[in-house]
Design a binder for this molecule. Sequence first.
Ligand SMILES: CC(C)(COP(=O)(O)OP(=O)(O)OC[C@H]1O[C@@H](n2cnc3c(N)ncnc32)[C@H](O)[C@@H]1OP(=O)(O)O)[C@@H](O)C(=O)NCCC(=O)NCCS
Length: 179
Amino acid sequence: MLQGAICRLRPYRADDLDALVDAADDPAVTRWMTAGFPHPYTRTDGERWLAIALLDDPPNHFAIEAGGAFAGAIGILPRSGEHHGSAIFGYWLGRRFWGRGIATDAARSMARHAFQSRGLRRLEASVFVPNTASARVLEKAGFTLEGRLRQSYVDRTGAAHDALIYARLTTDPEPHLSP
Ligand SMILES: CC(C)(COP(=O)(O)OP(=O)(O)OC[C@H]1O[C@@H](n2cnc3c(N)ncnc32)[C@H](O)[C@@H]1OP(=O)(O)O)[C@@H](O)C(=O)NCCC(=O)NCCS
């Protein structure tokens, strides 16, 4: 359990299924998520995901809980080989939880955990350029913009977009605590 200032991160539970599907099955949520995140998001997709997440050891994937409710999810995908010690970082929230600083708080908690308890050296996230809110979350969580991959992503309508690569190192300073 990772307690932040306005939300907490906890392992998934089997009874998250209804809230998970309800929040994830939304085109506004999936719009700038990579293609591995299904849309429409069915009950079967939720069951498949929970089957993976419930077995996660050590946990890489956490439910974000705000005001006692399932609000969304955040996680890391540790890399291997020459990328050992680095991990891909990602998150999403149900639409009704947007705009309250929850993703920023969750990203800060997750980064602290990844560096302090998992011994990771580098966290990396890439964002579709139009996803301004997500880029802002990363900046507020202490990530640095490292580069722009031109026309690297194709969205769900087939349109190509530049991707922004953000990263935070364990040696980078903690971000300021204002929301
Ligand atoms: C991206 C997402 C996680 C942000 O969650 P959130 O809890 O609303 O984010 P926060 O409230 O912590 O911060 C959002 C910041 O973006 C800003 N923002 C939001 N929409 C914006 C927009 N259209 N243009 C510019 N800034 C915007 C907010 O003002 C805030 O910055 P501020 O504190 O400096 O004012 C949420 O919108 C989401 O789940 N989107 C769908 C899934 C997704 O895109 N995940 C990320 C994939 S890389």
